[in-house]
Design a protein around this ligand. Sequence first.
Ligand code: SF4
Ligand code: SF4
Length: 374
Amino acid sequence: MGLKNSLQRVYICSAAYDDRLDEVVEKILEVFPRERKDRLILVKPNILGPHAPEKAVTTHPMLVKSVVRVLEKKGARVIVGDNPGMGGYGKALHSARKCGVLECAGQCFVNLGHNPVRKDIHSKYFSQATISREVLEADEVINLPKLKTHSLTVLTGAVKNTFGYVVGADKMYLHASCPSAADFARGLLDIYQVRPPELNIMDAVLAMQGNGPSNGTPVYLNRILASDNAVSLDAAATHMLGIRPSQVPHLDFAGKMGLGETDPEKMNIKGSLEKIPGFKFPGTFIPGITGLVLNRYLSRWANCLPEVVSSRCISCGICAGHCPVGAMSMSSSGPVLDRDKCINCYCCQEMCPEDAIRLSGRFLRLLGRGSRRE
Ligand code: SF4
Ligand code: SF4
């Protein structure tokens, strides 16, 4: 039976990547009922790049498989896809194969980069964005985010996963148009509002802590969270991890904009929101009032800059290729940073396949913290 509709609903249950996952998904679809027979449903996992499932960078293929199987049993027309950024735009198939989603999605897999639409966006940062047609035309979007940390946005969850609606290199343009963490948080919400997913099922069985979204440490939390509101789902996750939604810029703005409830007392939560002790956030995250002041008022001074760890760097050039403002370039001795151009988006760190970029800022140096030292 469905949860009471008057409050925003979050369902939390324990789970593992085993043959009981279908039952978990069936229960979630029962809690969040919709007409699904003959409907076109886009299942949107996080396929950031070509990473094996045990790295916890991408949504686990077993969850994708269960969602597809259960939806097909209900007679839905299912498609599965994402717009990965890592390893060169346009390599969706390669990334999906490496992370196991391609095999689990089977015939349902679609390359979301093949049908782009230029869409007008109501935003102070950009007037249009290139969005996958499938996102706009599906009868229902089921978002399958991974619970991970993120050096720029603190958390990669349900709202952040909708940035994958954007096709290819347009993501770089949007980053360049939003030159601070606060700007990016607002720009991200502008993209989210293009198509808020009807259902969000968060893979928190194997999550990522530390320096996410691609170079953190996998940690088993053995949970799945679900909600028909991405903001409430992410807010519930932050409480579970021991921080407040107001410490995650896009959730702070989303709550104030009325895009979703962020106070768990005002949500209809089914399941345990028990806090997870000792969860590690990125080195860039300064908790408490200090972090609030630094983020809001002193961000330019406090922001971290990327530093290349030459012993790990293989001079592949991916960081330079993904820098939205041309601040990172390649020389004969490796990547070189133009500090004045850098907008601290950390795309270079996110995309580096060798974990060869650490983040280091004035304040972090004072604290003796760099992003590769958790
Ligand atoms: S820092 Fe990383 S992405 Fe950049 S060239 Fe070196 S290995 Fe490649
Ligand atoms: S150098 Fe890295 S952090 Fe700086 S703007 Fe480029 S991608 Fe972003």
